[in-house]
Design a protein around this ligand. Sequence first.
Ligand code: Z5A
Length: 222
Amino acid sequence: MVPSPRGRGLRGRFITFEGGEGTGKTTQIRSLVHRLLELGLPVLRTREPGGTSGGEMIRSLLLSGAAKDFGPDTEAVLFSAARIDHVDRTIRPALSRGTWVVSDRFADSTRVYQGLAGVEMPLLSAMERISLDGVRPDLTIVLDLDPEIGRARAARRRGDAAADRFEGEGFDADAARRRAFRALAKSDPDRCVLIDANGASPEIADRVWRTVVERLCPAREV
Ligand code: Z5A
């Protein structure tokens, strides 16, 4: 990965959440942001694809499945285009102001989802270099859950609504993504922490909070 934002004069901390469908990223981000705000820290919650008006337009295009027929390389380029806008207009300015940024998915999702769809590593690495432009998460929480449980949670929440482009691609795809996220966490232990996402939300929130305190606020009591 590219150098830490701390080396580029950025003062806020950047936390990303990754993991498969229904692992509880959105739920855990809500709880973490609440705790950080209670400490009086300035915090920005954002998501990928999205986080800017342009990024949200690309999100609609991608999740509707309209870009699927163009193939995985084109989808990867679109995710990266959304990320360029997100980093330039939202993430970097917030970090420069000293705001903590918490993002629901980031570049690791492209590595896992588009990597497994067949996009080659040199292309993924080149797009990552361009889109991140030196902005690297200080901490990435990878939520790890049996895909059967994640799918059931996501299906319950969806109700009668149709699945989006990346949902419901089958157990094998979900299991491969889980393995890829686990491998990614293992390959970059300075940045990534794998957290067991099984159990009740408050228990998982405590695991997340302990990790954030240990990694990013070592002087504070958990
Ligand atoms: N994608 C990609 O391919 N390449 C990329 O570069 C990027 C993304 C950035 C974005 O979808 C899709 O784009 C994503 C990957 C792809 N597709 N998939 N699959 P999204 O943002 O709409 O969806 P998501 O990221 O997959 O998240 P999700 O399915 O919405 O789940 P979540 O945020 O991890 O979980 P949640 O919303 O917090 O919880 C889901 C439900 O479970 C909800 O009803 C909760 O109340 C419930 N829940 C949460 N925690 C618990 C616990 N502990 N117990 C019981 N129930 C719980």
